[in-house]
Design a protein around this ligand. Structure first.
Ligand code: 13P
Length: 245
């Protein structure tokens, strides 16, 4: 099972130090794959603190070029050279607030994989789209670009936008339906089985049920990942059967 912490625009050097001090010993020898995605400036510290531990480090975005005149952007090659191994691409906040499109998301994901990073690619419908009965067609469109990616370095995160930061997680039935659809799509597009994470108000109280839902290979956790204790409680709720190494 893969459990990824998306810190979004939260955290500080002192918080990161305390977090790793609490979490790293608990992860030792654990059965799951765990990734921490803090803001860019905390990445060097995270890489240093997590070296030799069970916690991998990921970024929350990257650019599609190796380098260039792109003020404020970060190259995936820089991330890879620094020891970052994962990157989140196309988070719904990037799509909604920062102009991310299916095409720019694909360009970022491609470049990230070429730089050697593994990609957590986010998809998910808005409330209006769900209420309009468009959930599967939105997922169809968002996944259509993924055919060109390396399935070995790809994980999909299904994050219904209406469940993010709202405290309203999707029901296991909704999650199972979306995950089955995404699985089938990715199999068709890449010829391989690609893991699908669920994200959206995952908390210690609902993690067990969500992570046991068919087709759920792990979770992408926002708010509840900011506290080492609650993130570890989510990790502990993950089923060990079928865990990755
Ligand atoms: P919350 O867990 O805070 O709902 O955020 C989910 C998310 O967007 C993770 O990427």
């Amino acid at each position: 099972v893969l459990l990824a912490a998306n810190w979004k625009m939260y955290g500080s050097p002192s918080q990161l130090a305390a977090y790793c001090e609490e979490l790293l010993p608990k992860l030792e020898g654990g059965p799951h794959q765990v990734v921490l995605c803090p803001p860019f400036p905390l990445l060097p510290q995270a890489v240093m603190l997590c070296a030799g531990s069970e916690l991998a480090v990921g970024a929350q975005n990257c650019h599609w070029a190796r380098e260039g005149a792109f003020t404020g952007e970060v190259s995936p090659y820089l991330l890879a050279e620094m020891g970052v191994s994962w990157v989140i691409i196309a988070h719904s906040e990037r799509r909604k607030l920062f102009g991310e499109t299916d095409d720019t998301a694909l360009a970022r994901a491609k470049a990230a994989q070429e730089a050697g990073l593994s990609v957590i690619f986010c998809v998910g419908e808005t409330l209006a789209e769900r209420e309009g009965g468009e959930t599967l067609s939105v997922l169809q469109r968002q996944t259509a670009v993924l055919a060109g990616l390396d399935p070995q370095k790809l994980v999909i995160a299904y994050e219904p936008v209406w469940a993010i930061g709202t405290g309203h997680n999707a029901t296991p039935a909704q999650v199972a339906e979306a995950h089955a659809f995404i699985h089938e799509r990715l199999q068709e597009l890449t010829g391989q089985a690609v893991p699908v994470l669920y994200g959206g108000s995952v908390k210690p109280q609902n993690a067990g049920e969500l992570l046991a839902t068919p087709g759920v290979a792990g979770a992408l956790v926002g708010g509840a990942s900011l506290d080492a204790g609650s993130f570890f409680a989510i990790i502990q709720a993950a089923p060990v059967a079928g865990a990755k190494g």
